[in-house]
Design a protein around this ligand. Structure first.
Ligand code: E4P
Length: 219
């Protein structure tokens, strides 16, 4: 399973990329607004650092506007994947952009039917939001399992990109279900590293080693 970072903050991305675990980045208007500045320049810099798919979302609400904006975003860098919100304008824009060879990530997906429609119009990725479903008392991971099953039935090449991830359980369950990608906020990636027994084990190895060194006879 590929791991994307869900942030527009370049410093956070630069801290994670050298670990070798980052396959791409997802941004959205809220994340880009948070970092401020020129969003196009920020996206270009992220593409240079990551060298993998970088999702950049349109803000137009009509299909023609989404297509226009999508073409402009795609021209920033070959790594850009144009993100369009699910809905009739988004589906229509995805159909047009995908036919032009522009990769599209259909976002704000909350049902298997929406994912199916996005796959039918050639989306490269669909982004089901698991955390936001959990927030309203519905199982986000159940949605992932249904979408993975549907895409396998028809051998769609659309990748299931699990979004709105809150922590390690979402990541582990996504991997178990065979989702293609999980996009995680840096905090959730950080949490994947942690296990108290690893820290306790390392402290003991180092303490035992230091003790043995002290017990060495002086030559
Ligand atoms: C990424 O593609 C999504 O925009 C993001 O994961 C949404 O996450 P949130 O529900 O934490 O805002």
């Amino acid at each position: 399973m590929k791991l994307f970072v869900d942030t527009a903050n370049l410093e956070e991305i630069e801290a994670l990329v050298p670990l070798g675990i980052v396959d791409g980045v997802t941004t959205n208007p809220s994340l880009l607004a948070k970092v401020g500045g020129d969003p196009r320049a920020a996206l270009k810099r992220i593409c240079e650092v990551v060298q993998g798919p970088v999702s950049a979302e349109v803000v137009a609400t009509d299909s023609d506007g989404m297509v226009r904006e999508g073409r402009e975003l795609a021209a920033i860098d070959p790594h850009i994947v144009v993100k369009v919100p699910f809905g009739k304008p988004g589906v229509r824009a995805c159909h047009t952009l995908a036919n032009e060879g522009i990769r599209v990530n259909v976002t704000l997906v909350f049902s298997p039917a929406q994912a199916l429609l996005a796959a039918k119009v050639g989306a490269s990725f669909v982004s089901p939001f698991v955390g936001r479903l959990d927030d309203i008392g519905t199982s986000g991971m159940n949605l992932i399992s249904q979408i993975v099953e549907i895409f396998e039935n028809f051998e769609f090449s659309t990748e299931v990109l699990v979004a709105s991830v809150r922590g390690p359980i979402h990541v582990i369950e996504s991997a178990r279900m065979g989702a293609d990608v999980c996009t995680c906020p840096p905090k959730a990636i950080e949490a994947l590293f942690n296990h108290p027994l690893t820290e306790i084990g390392l402290a003991k190895f180092l303490a035992d080693w230091a003790k043995a060194q002290q017990q060495q006879p002086v030559a």
